[in-house]
Design a protein around this ligand. Structure first.
Ligand code: ATP
Length: 308
């Protein structure tokens, strides 16, 4: 079983559905509201646990009702939450407006996440006991760096999702084993809009890169082998929220189990394709059995493509 530590964010996603987003100063009446657990760290933790990883979450929630819900959502998914602190003040929140066309605008208020500035007692050994450490950029950079340093000191592989995208300090790049940007993040980091060119440029700083390309699949590049593209299974997407986080969680589980890279990429693509067919973030993430069945269906169809 792959042991995974996640050092990252937990947010309550507060989603307002409106026919048309309000202009500055305008008030509009919406059609629905949902409050659902999210945050890139928690999403990756849930994805990995559902796919069969043994997952510990390191981070913080606020001393409020949202914090209680965020913690229990992780625990229900089988994620170990003893290293998820409850701190004074509000939990992280993401205020999301989705309009009638499905376009969204988002305000993130870090809350408790912003108070995670380093590791606490026990975190170093939790990271040291893992096969992989998953990192994103929704915590203060000093915490991300502290986690990455601990991982390197213990020989634990690091997987960094560079979102929300920002310039990456050279030390963090040095400490990253696998970088997983989406195509927009890859372009922002390199100034190159062609994902192949961006991946090549990123390989100067990290040994392995996976650029996620939405419905087009993924591009894998490593210093010591030829690049590989894996098309996404063709499915009817209803909500792509957290597709990238589902992919990262599932990929790490598969790699930790020793699956060869092409198979691990196909397996994680199957998990992500399942997640986009359901609405929600953590709610939409598939179980290991669902992922296995979907990936297998694609392989036995001889197309590499699970049936849509
Ligand atoms: P998000 O921010 O919504 O979590 P992202 O922008 O980080 O996603 P994407 O590149 O959009 O990441 O998607 C991640 C992966 O999810 C893709 O590489 C693909 O495997 C899968 N995926 C996304 N959209 C689709 C789709 N329409 N059909 C099938 N698979 C999809």
């Amino acid at each position: 079983m792959t042991a995974i530590a996640v050092l990252g964010s937990t947010n309550m996603d507060l989603v307002a559905y409106v026919p048309k987003a309000p202009r500055l100063g305008e008030t509009v009446t919406g059609t629905a509201f949902r409050a659902v657990p999210g945050g890139k760290g928690a999403n990756q933790a849930v994805a990995a646990a559902r796919c069969g990883g043994e997952v510990v979450m390191i981070g913080a929630v606020g001393a409020d009702g949202f914090g209680v819900r965020l913690r229990s959502a992780l625990a229900e998914a089988g994620v170990e939450t003893a290293a998820l602190r409850t701190v004074e003040g509000a939990s992280g929140t993401a205020h999301i407006t989705v309009d009638g066309e499905g376009a969204n605008s988002i305000i993130v208020i870090p809350g408790a996440n912003g108070l995670v500035t380093g590791l606490e007692a026990g975190d170093d050994s939790r990271i040291g006991a893992a096969d992989y450490l998953l990192l994103q950029l929704e915590l203060p950079l000093e915490a991300v760096l502290a986690g990455a340093r601990a991982a390197r000191a213990h020989g634990v592989r690091t997987v960094l999702t560079p979102a929300p995208v920002q310039p990456l300090p050279p030390e963090l790049l040095d400490l990253t084993d696998l970088l997983v940007p989406n195509e927009h993040e890859a372009a922002a980091l390199t100034g190159l809009t062609d994902p192949h060119a961006a991946a090549r440029a990123l390989l100067q700083d990290v040994p392995e890169v996976v650029v996620t390309l939405g419905a087009a699949g993924v591009l894998y590049a490593a210093r010591d082998r030829r690049p590989l593209t894996v098309p996404a299974p063709r499915v009817r997407a209803v909500d792509t929220t957290a597709a990238g986080d589902t992919f990262v969680g599932a990929l790490t589980v598969a790699l930790g189990e020793g699956r060869p890279v092409p198979e691990a990429l196909r397996w994680a693509s199957a998990a992500a394709a399942l997640s986009v067919q359901r609405s929600g973030a953590q709610d939409s993430m598939p179980t290991r059995a669902e992922t296995e069945a979907f990936a297998l269906a694609g392989r036995s169809a001889g197309t590499g493509q699970p049936p849509g």
